[in-house]
Design a protein around this ligand. Sequence first.
Ligand code: ZN
Length: 333
Amino acid sequence: MACVAALVVLAAAAGLTLLLHPAPRFTFDGEKATAGTITVSSADISGELGRVKAHDWLGKERPVQCPGIGFAGPGEYALTLTAEDGLGKRTQFALTVVWEAVPEVPAEPEEEPEVPSGGAGGGSSQGGQSSGQVVYEGGIVEPASITPEIISNPSAITAIVNKYHALPEGYAPSDLVAITTNCGKNLQLREEAAASWEQMMEAAKADGITLKAVSAYRTRDYQNGLFTNYTKNNGKEFAALYSAYPRRSEHELGLALDISNTAGIPDNFETTAEGRWLMQNAHRYGWILRYPEDKIKITQYGYEPWHYRYLGKDLAETLYKSGQTYEEYLGVK
Ligand SMILES: [Zn+2]
């Protein structure tokens, strides 16, 4: 090793074209690899690309370059990712992207909602049978059994989106920009939220805290895929508690961020230095913890210490001080 290093240094000193040092090395999910396969449920692969990393011969992380992809629909796509070290030496990584077709979640509520199995200890009907709502343990309502109100102000920073308030069909924010994620992912937020995230991240850094963004803007199709996968893998009740129905996710607003101290969602994030920092400071930058532990029945979501919503500084400050959820503040479901 020392020999190779010495040769490289000598060659560099002599100004020679350097071919002696090893090319960058790729890892996939942390393991050395030259190829890999990722499975996605929409054309958005940004959340998965962070699994591929490249390091040069000095162990320094190098950017992974991904060509533009002409996704035509579900199917298998071969991509060649490249990484280059500081001296121009390149390596390729063969990535296969499998876009799996997912069954569409029905857009209209089911006419005869399924009653959760068992009955005893499980679901109970809330608000009378006439509402047709299916209610799981803990008062969580099955989203497919709710007819949401379609919001009229989807591009407002203060727009409410939840199980009872949906985005209009086809809405997509017009001012999405790329954000710093600190974990190799390519994510976007609306401009104002993005600027505030960068500020908050810098402030955290000054306190010795590295915040990582692991999920930000999602398209409706991507959200649909997530919800369908949760339902398939964990059941309807779990999906209702932890995943949003398409067009009813704040992530589709481009104003929500899942923040972590790893490249994924950690266990007990609220006990980590990063989680605690956010709970004490996020409101100063316009962000609120959207699904607190003691408000599950109101927000209709399980505790998500990683999920923050941008509402602007004034409103975030107000909510932080009052301890109210956004639903309580607006006086809506
Ligand atoms: Zn989230």
